[in-house]
Ligand binder design. Structure first.
Ligand SMILES: Cc1cc2nc3c(=O)[nH]c(=O)nc-3n(C[C@H](O)[C@H](O)[C@H](O)COP(=O)(O)O)c2cc1C
Length: 215
């Protein structure tokens, strides 16, 4: 019992430290290539105010890369997957954009998660029915998927489709999120997913990992 409490305590401390560190910056320990920007503002790939959603059509096939990314790490993974597979690309965007400030965003995300909210998302701009294979990407938020992923998964029918999840995080692993996708997207074949740490993406050390996974 005492051991369980101790292990739980250590896990919580590790998670809190990870989250605090994550708020600071893109971290790069390579001495020759240290990013040192003290702003908490980050460039967001898909956080625009329009109701139009970004859809990129590359393929004549039936594969789609669909992702949510607050900063741009998941987005970078999505770009490589799309380039390698020729899949179309769509972005999951909340109707009400998340704050651009990191700390504010973490607060909003935590509150959303505590309340089990399913924030409204914009229309994808395409018909999921047209796709058999879906590469589904997201960052880990508070040891889980962002709540907008729950909205996306619960609002759509994935029966008969094959889903390849991919995710990125600062220090956590996938935290059971691939199984959660399996449980929600009933009827879908959820294949082995891919996780890449944020630091590997910041160091541009991720493309080969994605290519190996796609093989
Ligand atoms: C709201 C929020 C919560 C996060 N929670 C976690 C977490 O629980 N574990 C972790 O390792 N990283 C966490 N992170 C860090 C992100 O998972 C990581 O920076 C990821 O690479 C960001 O992907 P993106 O650039 O596509 O948004 C969190 C980041 C945010 C903004």
């Amino acid at each position: 019992m005492k051991r369980n409490i101790l292990v739980l305590g250590i896990l919580m401390i590790v998670m809190i430290l990870g989250l605090c560190a994550c708020g600071e910056q893109p971290i790069d320990n390579n001495e020759n290539n240290v990013e040192n920007n003290n702003s908490n503002e980050v460039q967001i790939g898909n956080n625009n105010e329009t109701e139009e959603n970004a859809v990129t059509t590359n393929s004549e096939g039936n594969a789609l890369v669909v992702y949510f990314s607050w900063a741009n790490h998941t987005e970078k993974m999505a770009s490589v997957i799309a380039a390698e597979t020729g899949a179309d690309v769509a972005v999951i965007e909340p109707v009400n954009a998340y704050p651009t400030d990191y700390n504010e965003c973490t607060e909003v995300a935590l509150e959303e998660q505590r309340r089990g909210e399913k924030p409204a998302i914009k229309d994808l701009g395409l018909d999921l029915e047209d796709y058999d294979v879906i590469y589904l990407g997201y960052p880990i938020w508070w040891m889980d998927m962002p709540q907008v992923l729950y909205t996306f998964l619960e609002n759509n029918d994935f029966s008969g489709k094959t889903i390849y999840p991919f995710t990125t995080s600062y220090s956590s692993g996938i935290i059971g999120t691939f199984d959660k996708i399996k449980n929600i997207a009933t009827g879908a074949d959820v294949e082995e997913g891919l996780h890449i740490f944020q630091r590997e993406i910041d160091r541009d050390n991720y493309e080969e990992t994605i290519k190996d996974w796609l093989k």
